[in-house]
Design a binder for this molecule. Structure first.
Ligand SMILES: CC(=O)SCCNC(=O)CCNC(=O)[C@H](O)C(C)(C)COP(=O)(O)OP(=O)(O)OC[C@H]1O[C@@H](n2cnc3c(N)ncnc32)[C@H](O)[C@@H]1OP(=O)(O)O
Ligand SMILES: CC(=O)C(=O)O
Ligand SMILES: [Mg+2]
Length: 324
């Protein structure tokens, strides 16, 4: 059996943990750019980054909210950066509970070219999602495009309601023009919501960090890990990025260009991992044909669950390597 047939075969045995939605947009690094900062916006579009998030929310001062949404609208109205690009063009609007959300949505969703993705911060409950999805669907009802939605978990209430919120957003998005694709862990707002003081090892965030990735994967959603605000600490960033990838996160938020390559490397399986997975899958198939469910590969006992882990590595590699 050749390798492609083998992959199809194991694919039938195990549909990867990742994404059963209509398409997969890699978002290893999701980079914020304040929507009112033209210099940074221009620079962002020259960078090799999976996702550029033009921000209307917390990276923008209260007295610059209008400037930010108008600047983003202008960018969306121009053809530049629309074709021949391999980045996700996203907008983070203000939360539903703010006075700005409706104006942000109107500005962004009546533009000549729609963003690929809308990020909705501070999602606490189903009522907020209902209001938001009604607004979006009414604004883009006549448009051909379908937009990805990414929601934020960043409050005590948001963490508690997270499962129900995901379920509800998926139900609602099945009938509309916006489709839930992922979740962002907003660790800084969560610290503020709970009264957390950050430590160097992040132990105080572990429960929420694990709960968010667990529930996201239960719904086949992308999970995007926390921001590393000490943006000059690239060693610390690498450690947290690799840890997030090990935990099952599919990407991480970044705030500075220097953070991009470290994060994008961490969320793409390495050559060594791909070789390990490829060899394991081949060996698994050979042993299956010989009637052996458990065997030894590189010193470890392998059976079906390890084969599925190897398949995950290959799934992530195939889904994200298109952007490399
Ligand atoms: C918790 C949250 O909500 S996180 C999301 C909200 N926060 C943000 O969006 C912050 C985004 N980041 C930033 O604004 C900036 O990186 C800061 C304020 C942290 C540091 O900014 P600076 O002091 O300008 O950084 P620095 O001088 O190292 O920048 C180097 C170059 O990268 C550019 N740059 C820095 N950050 C960004 C960015 N996020 N996007 C695009 N370009 C950027 C700078 O403009 C500069 O380019 P230039 O020399 O051509 O002007
Ligand atoms: C990224 C973000 O919004 C937060 O950490 O609160
Ligand atoms: Mg936040």
């Amino acid at each position: 059996m050749n390798f492609l047939k083998l992959l199809n075969y194991v694919g039938k045995l195990h549909r990867g943990t990742l994404i059963s939605v209509r398409h997969y947009t890699p978002r290893r690094a999701l980079m914020y750019v304040p929507g009112d900062d033209i210099r940074k916006l221009s620079k962002a579009f020259t960078l090799n980054v999976d996702c550029i998030t033009m921000d209307c929310e917390d990276g923008v001062a209260l007295n610059k909210k209008e400037t930010a949404r108008n600047t983003i609208r202008n960018i969306l109205d121009t053809e530049k950066n629309v074709v021949k690009r391999n980045y996700d063009r996203a907008v983070r609007v203000n939360p539903v509970t703010s006075e700005f959300c409706q104006c942000d949505l109107r500005a962004v969703l009546t533009a000549k070219y729609l963003p690929d993705t809308i990020l909705l911060p501070k999602v606490d409950d189903k009522e907020q999602l209902k209001w938001f999805l009604d607004q979006v669907n009414s604004l883009i009802i006549e448009r051909k495009e379908i937009i990805d939605l990414i929601i934020y978990v960043e409050s005590a209430v948001g963490v508690i309601n997270f499962y129900d919120n995901c379920k509800y957003a998926i139900e609602l998005s099945q009938t509309g023009k916006i489709s839930l694709a992922g979740v962002v862990f907003g660790s800084d707002d969560l610290c503020a919501s709970i009264g957390i003081t950050r430590s160097s090892d992040g132990a105080e965030l572990l429960y929420a960090r694990q709960k968010i990735v667990l529930i996201s994967k239960a719904f086949n959603l992308q999970a995007i890990d926390m921001v590393h605000i000490d943006y000059k600490d690239l060693a610390g960033l690498k450690k947290y990025a690799e840890q997030g990838a090990q935990m099952g996160y599919t990407g991480k938020q970044v705030i500075h260009p220097d953070q991009i390559p470290i994060v994008q490397d961490a969320f793409l399986p390495s050559k060594r991992q791909v070789e390990w997975a490829t060899g394991l899958l081949e060996s698994f198939q050979e042993h299956q044909l010989k009637g052996k469910g458990a065997f030894v590969y590189k010193g470890n006992m392998i059976d079906m669950p390890t084969m599925k882990q190897a398949q995950n590595v290959m799934d992530i590699f195939k889904l994200t390597s298109s952007n490399v």
